[in-house]
Design a binder for this molecule. Structure first.
Ligand code: SAH
Length: 223
């Protein structure tokens, strides 16, 4: 009997965690990056819960997007300086020889510099590669990508790995990216789970709204 009730209890806890994860996840995708920073500053436990949920989701996928970014960097010189926006557990930094600046809201690893990705403590034009791996979460995408543009050297690389179903209109998205100063170098749409997009910085963003810069929130189904 006690075995059965323990199992029941575990199942209930799982469901509760799942529900909280989905709720936090929804908040991250429907507010600005500043809202996210405030949320996790107020409740660091929520952050750890979010990460457990994130891990569980991504483990279901046949391949982790961050591994694609790792392979990409290994094909390029290790002297390139990298900035990882929304680094999570710093898998990227741990997997390459490059100097990697790791930014996230709460430190899952001692390598992390805690900050809002819309305002990172790096000098202008100081990095060769900026990475957003499943990290374009806030609704202030233009501001976030503007920050990546600021810290990137001219001709530097922007790598974006994002959930495929978030793109409503990929062409409009890429046009908006061009307006933000990012030329599309390659797009890998081969995975049905996520896209990997490579851009080169052509210059500063052209001013004005970029209406095509829209991504759907990534909302997970209840299981
Ligand atoms: N890039 C990692 C983690 C992806 S999960 C990987 O691929 O495994 C998305 C990460 O973005 C989370 O760790 C989350 O805390 C972070 N994040 C979300 N909003 C952020 C913000 N405003 N500033 C910094 N990090 C943010």
């Amino acid at each position: 009997r006690s075995g059965r009730s323990a199992a029941l209890r575990a199942r209930m806890e799982e469901r509760l965690l799942g529900a909280r994860f989905r709720y936090l996840n929804q908040q991250l995708y429907t507010g600005t990056s500043r809202d996210a920073a405030r949320l996790f500053r107020a409740d660091p436990a929520a952050f750890h819960l979010y990460h457990r949920g994130f891990e569980r989701q991504v483990r279901r996928w046949p391949e982790r997007p961050v591994q694609r970014i790792v392979s990409y960097l290994r094909r390029r010189p290790a002297s390139l300086v990298v900035a990882d926006f929304g680094c999570g557990d710093c898998t990227l930094a741990a997997s390459v020889k490059n100097q990697v600046h790791c930014f996230d809201l709460v430190p899952l690893s001692p390598r992390v510099t805690v900050c809002d990705m819309a305002k990172v403590p790096l000098a202008a034009e100081s990095v060769d590669v900026a990475v957003f791996c499943l990290a374009l979460m806030g609704t202030n995408l233009q501001e976030i990508l503007g920050e990546a543009n600021r810290v990137l050297k001219l001709g530097g690389t922007l790598m974006v790995a994002e959930v495929a179903s978030r793109f409503e209109d990929t062409r409009a998205f890429l046009r908006a990216m061009a307006q933000l100063g990012f030329r599309t170098v390659s797009k890998d749409l081969s995975s049905s789970y996520f896209y990997v997009l490579e851009f080169a910085k052509t210059g500063p963003a052209r001013p004005g709204p970029a209406p095509g810069l829209r991504l759907r929130p990534c909302l997970y189904k209840r299981r």
